[in-house]
Design a protein around this ligand. Structure first.
Ligand code: C2E
Ligand code: MG
Ligand code: MG
Length: 739
């Protein structure tokens, strides 16, 4: 019978240290569940568990007992794919064990005590660091169990001895042997005479073998660390008063050379037949190394290995305490969320090693900005967070941000490379006391994104407006998804007129969202959200198909030479969609529309986002025979010089120039654009034409195409069909009249 069983329940009482170690195992390995099993391979008992128990306990037991037979960590990356553990049932329960890793608990004597296991209901693997951490935690568990076992064995020995004492059968000689044989240092304290005996091992643990010790308990107590002595004495008292089943205490003891060691002292009071305590007897074990290992484990769990800064877990913990202080009425703080601006560029161009050096160096500079009570943590990648303590006003937080900005401004010298970085900083003040740490961090993160929009090295204070915007954004996103599923999008068409022939040359397709409650919603409102969430891809696809189908029908009903054309807007996100070309050709194939009739509009900013990729994609679109327009020309980067790099057919002059074309400066700009376009062999469309005056001016400047409310607002397909039909029939009857 294993020694921890014969003493019944008392020895298996839940142990906080063990529970902590098991929980740490789950956390470090980032899995939902961890379990500590003790026993033999045919009979294990789970003494501590973190997370929820898996639904298939049998499989877990099987995996654990398999791991018991191993010397090293035992890993099964997918139990359902492994015949040893697949019981044949296709158990698809969400808590079925798929992944398993277990480190057997092997004592120095080679005895297997059990297994520390982690499990996941998804197939996976452990990272190198995680695997090592699991082993380290298993070692800590063994130490803990080992000392428990020894404690038990000692207890049993003492009890045996006690019985022997009572029956006076134990000779002085055997007693000496017992003292000398144990690996721990033993002591015995006669309470009546207040005399204490220490065995040789006790002396050697304290480095005082050579010294003649008196029999006073002070030989022990005088060596206990001043910070620990009070606690030790009260722990002894508690046991002597039978308040605790045994005396057990971890404390520092000074060795003869003056250094301190952590010792675990344990002892039992011995009673006579009248239940009077007359003696206490016990042991000490040097647990300094174990303590150091525990400390290191704890440190690793809460610090970033690269920069040694606190990690997110520790930061969140500190944040929670700061929040508690605020709730209890004193304390005020701010959180700064920091993102290095050009980190990716440094990392990509100079290599990861320099990138790592930069992170470490930046961490040191951030630390230098701290005042007592502040904390800086690395949250991951190039993101850092800072708690600034005792912030009364927003200006205090701004000052801290400014201090950081100045500190980061000087160049970093990294292995001979001079590197400049700046940081974008979002600031969140603790205005709302009921917030969770995560909320405050998220708010600071939101503000950081705002700061990034202002360019490098900026900072921004979080305000409730951002919160509302965020909430509104996610509401809009949900709405957009529903709109896609329920077919709430419409395409409206606006004609593009040729000033030479006064005929409709084509249409621009403009998407609309017909919201069941709010009516038509402008694309200006939802396209940016669609772009941010990636929903622009399915929406854009739908618009393209709808517009092509519609035009194909109109081309048949209203044949003309050249045929009517359709312009469809394409966003920057779509340009970087890998299968864009295939999808466009597929739509052309399926609708039977000639590529020459399709005109794709893109804005300058969409191209600028990624010039090289855009150039390639545009060339491939062009190679299909599709025409390309540059939309909103003049509002973006207005760099006329790069125009020749792209196979553009048409420039669309933005409405902002057209609306003020009567101002001399604008007239000149439009004239320059028209000249340039004609030199490059491009057509020009003037957008947003609203007055007859503008038409006259544009005609004078030789602009061929116009589009605007004066001619027609964007209208739905049916209304547009009527309009075309009217003009078409008029045109036909004019032709008939001329003939
Ligand atoms: P855009 O491509 O420059 O489209 C022209 C915009 O100017 C349209 O606004 C149109 O209704 C408006 N407009 C036309 N003539 C006049 C005028 O005389 N006066 C004034 N004040 N405005 C005029 P809309 O329909 O609100 O679209 C706004 C923008 O949304 C479009 O600008 C385009 O960038 C984007 N968009 C529209 N549909 C789509 C789409 O299907 N896909 C993508 N990616 N973007 C689209
Ligand atoms: Mg457009
Ligand atoms: Mg435009």
């Amino acid at each position: 019978m294993p020694p921890w069983e014969d003493h019944g329940h008392a020895t298996l009482e839940s142990d906080r240290v063990l529970d902590d170690l098991v929980r740490l195992a789950a956390e470090v390995c980032a899995v939902p569940s961890a379990v500590l099993s003790i026993g033999t391979s045919d009979r294990v008992r789970n003494v501590s568990r973190a997370g929820t128990a898996p639904s298939d306990a049998e499989r877990e037991t099987l995996l654990v007992s398999w791991a018991m037979g191993e010397q090293d960590q035992f890993v099964v990356s997918d139990a359902l794919r492994d015949n040893r553990f697949n019981d044949g049932t296709t158990n698809t329960n969400a808590t079925t064990i798929r992944f398993y890793a277990g480190t057997p608990l092997v004592t120095t004597e080679g005895r297997v005590l059990g297994v520390l296991s982690v499990t996941d209901h998804k197939p996976r693997a452990l990272g190198e660091g995680q695997a090592r951490a699991l082993d380290a935690l298993a070692r800590a568990v063994i130490d803990k169990l080992d000392s428990r076992l020894r404690n038990l064995e000692l207890r049993r020995a003492l009890e045996e001895r006690e019985t022997a004492f009572r029956s006076l059968a134990l000779s002085e000689q055997r007693y000496e042997m017992l003292l000398r044989g144990a690996s721990d240092g033993l002591w015995e304290w006669e309470l009546d005479s207040n005399e204490m005996r220490f065995c040789d091992r006790w002396k050697s643990l304290l480095g005082c073998e050579e010294i003649e010790l008196t029999s006073r308990p002070d030989e022990w107590f005088n060596r206990v660390h001043p910070d620990d002595i009070e606690r030790v004495q009260s722990e002894i008292m508690s046991h002597l008063l039978s308040l605790t089943p045994q005396f057990q205490s971890e404390h520092r003891i000074r060795r003869q050379d003056g250094s301190y060691r952590w010792m675990l002292s344990r002892g039992l009071a011995v009673m006579d037949s009248n239940r009077q305590v007359y003696r206490m007897t016990g042991s000490v074990t040097d647990v300094t190394d174990q303590k150091a290992a525990e400390k290191e484990l704890l440190h690793n769990a809460f610090h970033d290995p690269l920069t040694a800064l606190p990690n997110r877990a520790l930061f969140t913990d500190r944040l929670r305490r700061a929040l508690d202080e605020v709730k209890s009425g004193d304390g005020a703080f701010a959180v700064l969320f920091l993102d290095l601006d050009r980190f990716k560029v440094v990392n990509d161009s100079l290599g990861h090693q320099i990138g790592d050096q930069l992170l470490v160096a930046a961490a040191r500079r951030l630390e230098a900005c701290l005042r007592p009570g502040d904390m800086v943590a690395r949250l991951g990648g190039d993101e850092f967070a800072i708690i600034v303590d005792r912030v009364k006003h927003a200006s205090d937080a701004v000052q801290a941000a400014e201090r950081i900005r100045e500190n980061l401004a000087a160049p970093f010298n990294l292995s001979g490379h001079e590197v400049f970085v700046s940081a974008s900083i979002g600031i969140s003040l603790n205005q709302i006391a009921s917030e969770e740490p995560e909320d405050i961090l998220r708010n600071a993160d939101t503000a950081m994104y705002r700061a990034k929009e202002h360019g490098r090295g900026s900072f921004e204070l979080f305000d409730i407006g951002m919160h509302v915007r965020n909430a509104a954004l996610s509401q809009l996103e949900t709405g957009l998804r529903r709109a896609l599923a329920h077919g709430e999008f419409r395409v409206h068409y606006q004609p593009i007129i040729s000033l030479d022939s006064w005929r409709i040359s084509g249409f621009e397709a403009l998407v609309r969202w017909e919201h069941p409650e709010h009516g038509y919603i402008s694309p200006l409102k939802f396209i940016p959200v669609a772009e941010e969430t990636g929903l622009i891809i399915p929406i854009g696809q739908w618009v393209l198909r709808e517009a092509c189908e519609q035009l194909r029908a109109w081309q048949e009903q209203f044949p003309s030479e050249p045929p009517l054309s359709i312009s469809v807007n394409l966003s920057g996100k779509q340009l970087s969609q890998p299968d864009l070309i295939d999808r466009i050709s597929k739509i052309l194939d399926e609708t039977g529309l000639a590529p020459e009739s399709l005109n794709i509009e893109i804005t300058e900013s969409a191209i600028i986002e990624n010039i090289d990729a855009a150039a390639t994609t545009l060339k491939r679109i062009k190679a299909l025979g599709i025409r390309l327009s540059l939309d909103d020309f003049g509002t973006g980067y207005s760099s006329l010089s790069y125009l020749h790099r792209f196979p553009i057919d048409t420039l669309k002059i933005d409405r902002s120039f057209v609306s003020r074309i009567n101002l001399p400066k604008n007239t000149e700009i439009v004239r320059t654009i028209l000249t340039l376009a004609s030199n490059l062999g491009m057509d020009v469309v003037a957008e947003g034409v609203e007055t007859r005056d503008q038409i006259l001016q544009l005609t004078g400047l030789n602009c061929e195409y116009v589009q605007g409310y004066l001619l027609s607002k964007p209208i739905d397909g049916r209304a547009m069909r009527e309009l075309i039909s009217e003009i078409y029939n008029k045109g036909l009857s004019q032709q008939a009249g001329a003939a």
